[in-house]
Design a protein around this ligand. Structure first.
Ligand code: ATP
Length: 299
Protein backbone atom coordinates (compact mmCIF):
# COMPACT_ATOMS: atom_id res chain seq x y z
CA UNK A 1 0.00 0.00 0.00
CA UNK A 2 1.13 3.53 -0.75
CA UNK A 3 1.70 5.67 2.33
CA UNK A 4 2.85 8.74 0.47
CA UNK A 5 2.03 9.97 -2.99
CA UNK A 6 3.23 13.32 -4.32
CA UNK A 7 2.51 14.49 -7.83
CA UNK A 8 4.15 17.68 -9.09
CA UNK A 9 4.34 18.91 -5.51
CA UNK A 10 5.54 22.51 -5.37
CA UNK A 11 6.17 24.73 -2.38
CA UNK A 12 7.22 28.31 -2.79
CA UNK A 13 8.65 30.58 -0.14
CA UNK A 14 8.23 34.03 -1.69
CA UNK A 15 9.61 33.57 -5.17
CA UNK A 16 11.83 30.67 -4.25
CA UNK A 17 10.71 27.14 -5.04
CA UNK A 18 11.74 24.95 -2.13
CA UNK A 19 9.96 22.03 -3.83
CA UNK A 20 9.63 22.09 -7.58
CA UNK A 21 7.17 19.66 -9.20
CA UNK A 22 8.36 16.82 -7.00
CA UNK A 23 6.74 13.46 -7.67
CA UNK A 24 7.37 10.42 -5.50
CA UNK A 25 5.55 7.40 -4.13
CA UNK A 26 6.57 5.64 -0.91
CA UNK A 27 5.21 2.22 -0.04
CA UNK A 28 4.32 1.28 3.54
CA UNK A 29 6.61 -0.45 6.04
CA UNK A 30 9.95 0.66 4.69
CA UNK A 31 12.74 2.74 6.11
CA UNK A 32 13.54 5.40 3.54
CA UNK A 33 16.57 7.66 3.78
CA UNK A 34 15.98 11.23 2.66
CA UNK A 35 19.17 12.91 1.53
CA UNK A 36 20.23 15.99 -0.39
CA UNK A 37 22.55 18.96 -0.09
CA UNK A 38 21.80 21.87 2.27
CA UNK A 39 18.69 23.69 1.08
CA UNK A 40 17.60 20.86 -1.25
CA UNK A 41 14.09 20.79 0.23
CA UNK A 42 14.13 17.85 2.66
CA UNK A 43 12.64 19.62 5.67
CA UNK A 44 10.07 21.36 3.48
CA UNK A 45 8.91 18.00 2.13
CA UNK A 46 8.68 16.45 5.61
CA UNK A 47 6.74 19.42 7.00
CA UNK A 48 4.22 19.20 4.18
CA UNK A 49 3.86 15.43 4.68
CA UNK A 50 3.32 16.00 8.42
CA UNK A 51 0.56 18.49 7.62
CA UNK A 52 2.41 21.47 9.17
CA UNK A 53 2.76 23.34 5.90
CA UNK A 54 0.34 23.74 3.02
CA UNK A 55 1.57 22.86 -0.46
CA UNK A 56 1.57 25.70 -3.03
CA UNK A 57 0.50 23.48 -5.92
CA UNK A 58 0.45 19.87 -7.03
CA UNK A 59 -0.94 16.92 -5.12
CA UNK A 60 0.15 15.37 -1.85
CA UNK A 61 -1.45 12.42 -0.14
CA UNK A 62 -0.52 10.69 3.11
CA UNK A 63 -2.65 7.63 3.91
CA UNK A 64 -4.68 8.72 0.85
CA UNK A 65 -5.56 12.07 2.48
CA UNK A 66 -4.31 15.59 1.99
CA UNK A 67 -2.15 16.07 5.10
CA UNK A 68 -2.67 19.79 5.72
CA UNK A 69 -5.09 20.19 8.63
CA UNK A 70 -5.94 16.49 8.62
CA UNK A 71 -6.65 15.07 12.07
CA UNK A 72 -6.24 11.54 10.76
CA UNK A 73 -2.78 12.30 9.39
CA UNK A 74 -1.65 14.10 12.54
CA UNK A 75 -2.85 11.23 14.76
CA UNK A 76 -0.91 8.68 12.71
CA UNK A 77 2.21 10.70 11.99
CA UNK A 78 5.08 11.97 14.05
CA UNK A 79 7.65 14.50 12.89
CA UNK A 80 10.80 14.68 14.97
CA UNK A 81 13.32 17.46 14.48
CA UNK A 82 15.58 19.57 16.65
CA UNK A 83 12.93 22.24 17.12
CA UNK A 84 10.34 20.24 18.98
CA UNK A 85 8.28 22.29 21.38
CA UNK A 86 7.08 20.90 24.66
CA UNK A 87 5.18 22.85 27.33
CA UNK A 88 7.84 24.43 29.58
CA UNK A 89 5.81 23.74 32.72
CA UNK A 90 6.07 19.96 32.24
CA UNK A 91 8.87 17.73 33.47
CA UNK A 92 10.30 15.09 31.15
CA UNK A 93 8.27 12.39 32.88
CA UNK A 94 5.09 14.42 32.46
CA UNK A 95 5.86 14.86 28.75
CA UNK A 96 6.03 11.07 28.41
CA UNK A 97 2.69 10.79 30.20
CA UNK A 98 1.14 13.34 27.82
CA UNK A 99 2.51 11.43 24.84
CA UNK A 100 0.92 8.29 26.28
CA UNK A 101 -2.46 10.08 26.20
CA UNK A 102 -2.02 11.35 22.65
CA UNK A 103 -0.53 8.43 20.71
CA UNK A 104 -2.68 5.36 20.41
CA UNK A 105 0.24 2.93 20.03
CA UNK A 106 2.50 4.60 22.61
CA UNK A 107 4.75 2.07 24.38
CA UNK A 108 5.28 3.42 27.91
CA UNK A 109 7.35 0.44 29.01
CA UNK A 110 9.87 1.00 26.23
CA UNK A 111 9.83 4.76 26.87
CA UNK A 112 10.70 4.22 30.54
CA UNK A 113 13.45 1.74 29.74
CA UNK A 114 15.04 4.13 27.22
CA UNK A 115 14.58 7.01 29.66
CA UNK A 116 16.58 5.13 32.32
CA UNK A 117 19.15 3.78 29.87
CA UNK A 118 20.00 7.29 28.68
CA UNK A 119 20.11 8.55 32.29
CA UNK A 120 17.31 11.13 32.18
CA UNK A 121 15.93 12.34 35.49
CA UNK A 122 12.11 12.37 35.81
CA UNK A 123 11.98 15.87 37.35
CA UNK A 124 14.17 17.47 34.69
CA UNK A 125 12.83 20.11 32.33
CA UNK A 126 13.26 19.86 28.58
CA UNK A 127 14.74 23.36 28.45
CA UNK A 128 17.58 22.28 30.74
CA UNK A 129 18.78 19.54 28.38
CA UNK A 130 21.96 19.77 26.33
CA UNK A 131 21.64 19.63 22.52
CA UNK A 132 22.51 15.93 22.35
CA UNK A 133 20.21 15.04 25.25
CA UNK A 134 17.36 16.98 23.62
CA UNK A 135 17.81 14.90 20.46
CA UNK A 136 17.92 11.71 22.54
CA UNK A 137 14.69 12.62 24.31
CA UNK A 138 13.06 13.52 20.97
CA UNK A 139 14.11 10.15 19.67
CA UNK A 140 12.38 8.42 22.61
CA UNK A 141 9.18 10.27 21.71
CA UNK A 142 9.63 9.42 18.01
CA UNK A 143 10.21 5.71 18.62
CA UNK A 144 7.71 5.05 21.38
CA UNK A 145 4.82 6.80 19.62
CA UNK A 146 4.99 3.95 17.06
CA UNK A 147 3.20 6.10 14.50
CA UNK A 148 2.37 4.47 11.18
CA UNK A 149 4.39 7.23 9.55
CA UNK A 150 7.44 8.29 11.55
CA UNK A 151 9.53 11.12 10.12
CA UNK A 152 12.89 11.94 11.65
CA UNK A 153 14.59 15.11 10.39
CA UNK A 154 18.31 15.00 11.21
CA UNK A 155 17.47 13.16 14.46
CA UNK A 156 21.04 12.73 15.69
CA UNK A 157 21.96 16.43 15.89
CA UNK A 158 24.36 16.86 18.81
CA UNK A 159 24.39 13.18 19.82
CA UNK A 160 27.83 11.73 20.49
CA UNK A 161 29.01 8.73 18.46
CA UNK A 162 28.02 6.17 21.12
CA UNK A 163 24.48 7.56 21.48
CA UNK A 164 24.08 7.67 17.69
CA UNK A 165 25.04 4.01 17.49
CA UNK A 166 22.55 3.13 20.25
CA UNK A 167 19.87 5.18 18.52
CA UNK A 168 20.32 3.42 15.15
CA UNK A 169 20.23 0.05 16.88
CA UNK A 170 17.11 0.94 18.87
CA UNK A 171 15.41 2.20 15.71
CA UNK A 172 16.18 -0.98 13.81
CA UNK A 173 15.16 -3.31 16.64
CA UNK A 174 11.89 -1.50 17.21
CA UNK A 175 11.17 -1.33 13.48
CA UNK A 176 11.74 -5.08 13.08
CA UNK A 177 9.38 -5.80 16.00
CA UNK A 178 6.83 -3.21 14.85
CA UNK A 179 7.20 -2.52 11.12
CA UNK A 180 6.01 0.91 10.04
CA UNK A 181 6.91 3.59 7.50
CA UNK A 182 9.94 5.56 8.60
CA UNK A 183 11.62 8.41 6.76
CA UNK A 184 14.92 9.57 8.14
CA UNK A 185 16.73 12.57 6.75
CA UNK A 186 20.43 12.73 7.37
CA UNK A 187 23.68 14.18 6.14
CA UNK A 188 25.45 11.07 7.43
CA UNK A 189 24.33 8.48 4.94
CA UNK A 190 27.33 6.28 5.70
CA UNK A 191 26.02 5.89 9.27
CA UNK A 192 22.41 5.04 8.39
CA UNK A 193 22.95 3.16 5.14
CA UNK A 194 22.63 -0.26 6.78
CA UNK A 195 19.21 0.65 8.20
CA UNK A 196 17.71 1.75 4.93
CA UNK A 197 15.76 -0.08 2.33
CA UNK A 198 15.26 2.84 -0.06
CA UNK A 199 16.92 6.16 -0.64
CA UNK A 200 15.30 9.36 -1.90
CA UNK A 201 17.79 11.97 -3.10
CA UNK A 202 16.38 15.44 -3.50
CA UNK A 203 18.15 18.13 -5.48
CA UNK A 204 16.79 21.65 -6.02
CA UNK A 205 13.37 20.59 -4.76
CA UNK A 206 13.09 17.72 -7.21
CA UNK A 207 13.20 13.94 -6.97
CA UNK A 208 16.69 13.30 -8.32
CA UNK A 209 16.78 9.61 -7.55
CA UNK A 210 14.61 7.15 -5.61
CA UNK A 211 15.77 3.55 -5.46
CA UNK A 212 16.63 0.64 -3.18
CA UNK A 213 19.98 1.16 -1.42
CA UNK A 214 21.17 -2.22 -2.73
CA UNK A 215 20.70 -0.95 -6.30
CA UNK A 216 22.42 2.31 -5.49
CA UNK A 217 25.50 0.40 -4.38
CA UNK A 218 25.76 -0.97 -7.95
CA UNK A 219 24.81 2.31 -9.64
CA UNK A 220 28.37 3.49 -10.23
CA UNK A 221 31.97 2.29 -10.04
CA UNK A 222 35.17 4.12 -9.18
CA UNK A 223 37.91 3.74 -11.79
CA UNK A 224 41.50 4.85 -11.46
CA UNK A 225 44.45 4.53 -13.79
CA UNK A 226 46.63 6.35 -16.27
CA UNK A 227 45.00 9.21 -18.19
CA UNK A 228 45.37 7.30 -21.51
CA UNK A 229 43.65 4.12 -20.28
CA UNK A 230 41.02 6.12 -18.39
CA UNK A 231 40.18 8.17 -21.49
CA UNK A 232 39.79 4.97 -23.46
CA UNK A 233 37.54 3.23 -20.93
CA UNK A 234 35.33 6.17 -20.06
CA UNK A 235 34.65 7.25 -23.65
CA UNK A 236 30.90 7.41 -24.27
CA UNK A 237 30.17 6.67 -20.59
CA UNK A 238 28.40 8.88 -18.08
CA UNK A 239 31.19 10.26 -15.91
CA UNK A 240 29.64 11.49 -12.66
CA UNK A 241 32.82 12.81 -11.11
CA UNK A 242 36.51 12.92 -11.95
CA UNK A 243 39.73 14.23 -10.48
CA UNK A 244 43.44 14.09 -11.17
CA UNK A 245 45.47 11.96 -8.79
CA UNK A 246 49.19 11.32 -8.31
CA UNK A 247 48.77 8.05 -10.21
CA UNK A 248 46.74 9.60 -13.04
CA UNK A 249 42.99 9.92 -12.83
CA UNK A 250 40.08 8.81 -10.68
CA UNK A 251 36.55 8.80 -12.08
CA UNK A 252 33.15 7.74 -10.82
CA UNK A 253 31.28 6.30 -13.79
CA UNK A 254 27.71 5.06 -14.17
CA UNK A 255 27.98 1.30 -14.05
CA UNK A 256 26.66 -0.02 -17.32
CA UNK A 257 29.79 -2.10 -17.83
CA UNK A 258 29.46 -5.82 -18.52
CA UNK A 259 31.42 -8.30 -16.35
CA UNK A 260 33.62 -8.91 -19.38
CA UNK A 261 34.43 -5.20 -19.71
CA UNK A 262 35.25 -4.95 -16.01
CA UNK A 263 37.64 -7.90 -16.36
CA UNK A 264 39.35 -6.34 -19.39
CA UNK A 265 39.71 -3.05 -17.54
CA UNK A 266 41.46 -4.79 -14.68
CA UNK A 267 43.85 -6.40 -17.16
CA UNK A 268 44.51 -2.91 -18.57
CA UNK A 269 45.67 -1.79 -15.09
CA UNK A 270 42.49 0.10 -14.26
CA UNK A 271 41.64 -0.22 -10.61
CA UNK A 272 37.89 -0.81 -10.20
CA UNK A 273 36.35 0.05 -6.81
CA UNK A 274 32.92 0.40 -5.27
CA UNK A 275 31.46 3.83 -4.52
CA UNK A 276 29.58 4.22 -1.26
CA UNK A 277 26.00 5.57 -1.54
CA UNK A 278 27.05 8.57 0.60
CA UNK A 279 29.91 9.54 -1.71
CA UNK A 280 27.79 8.87 -4.78
CA UNK A 281 25.04 11.23 -3.60
CA UNK A 282 27.62 13.95 -3.04
CA UNK A 283 29.11 13.44 -6.51
CA UNK A 284 25.68 13.35 -8.17
CA UNK A 285 24.74 16.67 -6.64
CA UNK A 286 28.13 18.40 -6.89
CA UNK A 287 27.43 22.03 -7.66
CA UNK A 288 30.89 23.50 -7.51
CA UNK A 289 33.49 23.01 -10.20
CA UNK A 290 36.76 21.76 -8.81
CA UNK A 291 36.71 21.71 -5.03
CA UNK A 292 37.30 23.80 -1.94
CA UNK A 293 41.05 23.80 -2.73
CA UNK A 294 40.32 25.92 -5.84
CA UNK A 295 38.98 28.69 -3.62
CA UNK A 296 42.38 28.97 -1.96
CA UNK A 297 44.47 28.28 -5.09
CA UNK A 298 42.81 31.22 -6.89
CA UNK A 299 43.49 33.64 -4.04
N1 ATP B 1 10.31 29.43 6.28
C1 ATP B 1 11.02 29.67 5.17
N2 ATP B 1 11.00 30.87 4.56
C2 ATP B 1 11.71 31.10 3.45
N3 ATP B 1 12.46 30.19 2.82
C3 ATP B 1 12.53 28.97 3.37
C4 ATP B 1 11.82 28.65 4.57
N4 ATP B 1 12.09 27.35 4.88
C5 ATP B 1 12.92 26.90 3.92
N5 ATP B 1 13.19 27.86 3.02
C6 ATP B 1 14.05 27.73 1.83
O1 ATP B 1 13.60 26.59 1.11
C7 ATP B 1 14.73 25.85 0.61
C8 ATP B 1 14.65 24.43 1.13
O2 ATP B 1 14.87 24.46 2.53
P1 ATP B 1 14.83 23.14 3.42
O3 ATP B 1 14.97 23.57 4.84
O4 ATP B 1 13.62 22.38 3.04
O5 ATP B 1 16.14 22.38 2.92
P2 ATP B 1 16.88 21.12 3.55
O6 ATP B 1 17.15 20.18 2.42
O7 ATP B 1 16.13 20.60 4.71
O8 ATP B 1 18.25 21.81 4.01
P3 ATP B 1 19.29 21.43 5.20
O9 ATP B 1 19.97 20.16 4.79
O10 ATP B 1 20.24 22.59 5.17
O11 ATP B 1 18.52 21.32 6.47
C9 ATP B 1 15.98 26.61 1.04
O12 ATP B 1 16.40 27.41 -0.03
C10 ATP B 1 15.50 27.45 2.20
O13 ATP B 1 16.24 28.64 2.30
Amino acid sequence: MKVIECKNLTKTHGRHKALDQLSVTIEENKITGLVGRNGAGKTTLLKILAGFWRESSGEVNVFSRRPFDSLFVSANTIFVDDQMNFPTALTLKEILEQADQFYENWDMELAERLFDYFSFRPGQNYSSLSKGKESTFNMIIGLCSRCALTMLDEPTTGMDAAVRRDFYRALLKDYLAHPRSIIISSHHLDEIEELLEDLLLIEDGQNYLHMPVEELKEYAVGLSGSPEEMTKWTRGKEVIYSKRTDAGMYAVVKNDFSDHELERMTLAAINVSTVSPGDLCVYLTERTKGGIDDVFDKA
